[in-house]
Design a protein. Structure first.
Length: 559
């Protein structure tokens, strides 16, 4: 009896809380709410009323619950955003300059290798030049990558769908256009993969989760359209941890090419794994809280998480409307710049986008950049501290005078309820229908449990968290006043969550290999909408090192 009573009490709600009431009730009439229920609910929010106050709010609780029930009668699909939009811009923010022509470094590999399969580890920059000079066709390159995907993906489990028919059609079209003198730029004819939360007409968009494994969305995501306009060729839809958490999807666990016994991390699991193994020249990933940084670290790729509001999310699965960002996973910073140049900017549909310029010029005088470093993080003990300190040494040898900085002191981890509340709303129907039982991972730290627990986050506390987030944006503006970018160990302190909350851009790139031969990484964080400076700096760092050119031994190609 006691257990049943406690179960019932947990389903009650205080006024203004986003609690769940009707799950599991078959009766037309929901249970009566009484003073005892209110007392129990108060414990969940650590706020306590007198009996008189409890009695006076009972009718309000009942009316609120009736409102929730009525709202649930409206079909609200995942693509419908809330009317409240997140704004990452500090008061008085101004973007710098105007967009100029994109400048690229000279290609490094200008000849075809004796073994054509070596092309699988060429950069986007070099492959684009080989196609432009017609030393190889897009169709030849596309078939090469399709064959490599078919050969190695059974080991890595990084692909949900091969888009072979579409790829061959797009490659043939690219070759015709190039032959006719209609060259679109460095992505023209280049194969790529897209995380399977991006819709593509005629193919499944599974979101990596069992409840959606047969889902087909009859549209092309804006990112797919923009890459098609740039001439890129979609060859695969890559895996993601179910509903963008981790590396376990409904079919398997995506593997790390450097150590296939280990998962590739997530959620952009397949995009990082396939790129690192030379199965794709680049892939599209997304990040809400580490989903580009983490798999790029594990797999030794270079990842760009752009500023919030830079890349359209039209046609992409929503997890957190105020935190989701679409970016690139590639083999170098310059490759990320090439792809970003094609996908950024407004599309007339996503209301969260800003029309600010992007300028990338590898000839920028690095001495003009003011570079900070997260002092306390580099002084702290960690498994990767030697690699991180070596990165600082390399940067100083590049002629950079490093400026010590520290992050704002606010309860950053507590603000994770913003993500959890938005994610629970995005998948409200999954929770209420009970189909969350179909998800492969059912542990405490997985979406099914987090969605359920998040129904008990008070609406007032969600708003309060966003008010603190506003304070955080203002404090980060002060941090960035004296610098153009800063360097941080990739998982140090609260940096990863903090910068995802504020919307700052990040480039993550390899900076060494541990004693087991697995990659390590360092992160560079830029000012809002300053991806150009950030990528130029990352490119210079990679030219001063060679970690990004190392290949997983099991997937290397001989001469």
């Amino acid at each position: 009896m006691k257990m049943l009573k406690e179960k019932r009490i947990l389903l009650m709600v205080l006024s203004g809380l986003v609690f769940i009431f009707s799950i599991g009730f078959s009766s037309d009439e929901p249970p009566v709410i009484n003073r005892t229920d209110v007392i129990s609910a108060e414990k969940l929010i650590n706020l306590f009323y007198t009996d008189n106050k409890r009695d006076s709010l009972l009718q309000d609780l009942k009316e609120n619950r009736e409102s929730y029930i009525k709202m649930r009668e409206v079909a609200v699909t995942n693509d419908v955003p809330p009317a409240i939009m997140f704004n990452p811009l500090p008061v008085g923010f101004r973007s710098s300059g105007e967009t100029s022509s994109m400048h690229l470094s000279p290609p490094e590999e200008t000849l075809l290798p004796r073994n054509p399969e070596k092309l699988c580890f060429y950069s986007v920059r070099d492959l684009g030049d080989l196609i432009r000079t017609r030393k190889i066709t897009s169709l030849e390159l596309t078939r090469l990558f399709l064959n490599r995907l078919k050969k190695y993906d059974p080991q890595l489990h990084g692909v949900i769908s091969l888009t072979e028919e579409l790829a061959l059609r797009e490659a043939e079209a690219a070759d015709r256009e190039i032959a006719a003198g209609k060259y679109c730029g460095p992505l023209h004819g280049i194969p790529y993969g897209a995380k399977d939360l991006l819709a593509v007409k005629g193919y499944k968009t599974t979101w990596g989760a069992m409840p959606y494994k047969d889902q087909v969305i009859d549209l092309d995501a804006t990112v797919i359209k923009k890459l098609r306009a740039a001439g890129a060729v979609l060859v695969a839809k890559t895996t993601l941890g179910a509903l963008a958490w981790g590396d376990v999807w409904y079919g398997e666990k995506t593997r790390n090419p450097w150590n296939p016994d280990q998962g590739s991390s997530g959620s952009s699991a397949g995009s990082a794994s396939a790129t690192a193994a030379g199965l794709l020249p680049f892939a599209i990933g997304t990040e809400t809280w580490g989903s580009i940084v983490s798999p790029s670290t594990r797999c030794g790729t270079t990842g760009l998480r752009p500023t919030y509001g830079r890349v359209s999310r039209t046609g992409a699965m929503a997890l957190s409307w105020s935190m989701d960002k679409i970016g690139t996973i590639a083999r170098s910073a310059e490759d990320c710049a090439i792809v970003f140049n094609a996908i950024y900017g407004p599309d007339g549909m996503d209301q969260t986008l800003y029309d600010f310029p992007f300028n990338y010029d590898p000839n920028l005088d690095l001495r003009k950049l003011r570079v900070g470093y997260l002092k306390s993080a580099f002084e702290a003990k960690s498994e990767a501290e030697d690699f991180d300190k070596t990165s600082l040494d390399v940067i100083q040898q590049m002629g950079i005078n490093l400026i010590p900085i520290e992050l704002p002191e606010l309860p950053i981890q507590a603000l994770a309820i913003i993500l959890n509340a938005e994610a629970a709303a995005a998948f409200d129907d999954l929770t209420r229908s009970g189909r969350d039982d179909m998800m492969v991972r059912q542990v405490r730290a997985a979406w099914p449990n987090v969605f359920r627990a998040s129904r008990f986050i008070p609406a007032v506390e969600y708003i309060q968290a966003n008010r603190i987030r506003y304070m955080l944006i203002r404090e980060m503006e002060k941090v960035m006043e004296g610098i153009d970018l800063y360097i941080a160990p990739s998982f140090a302190e609260d940096n990863l969550l903090l910068t995802n909350l504020t919307g700052h851009p990040c480039v993550v790139l390899p900076n060494g290999f541990d004693e087991k031969g697995n990659p390590t990484s360092i992160s560079f964080i830029g000012d809002l909408f300053e991806e150009g400076k950030l990528l130029v700096f990352a490119n210079a760092y990679q030219r001063a090192t060679s970690f990004h050119k190392q290949r997983p031994p099991l997937f290397k190609v001989g001469d």
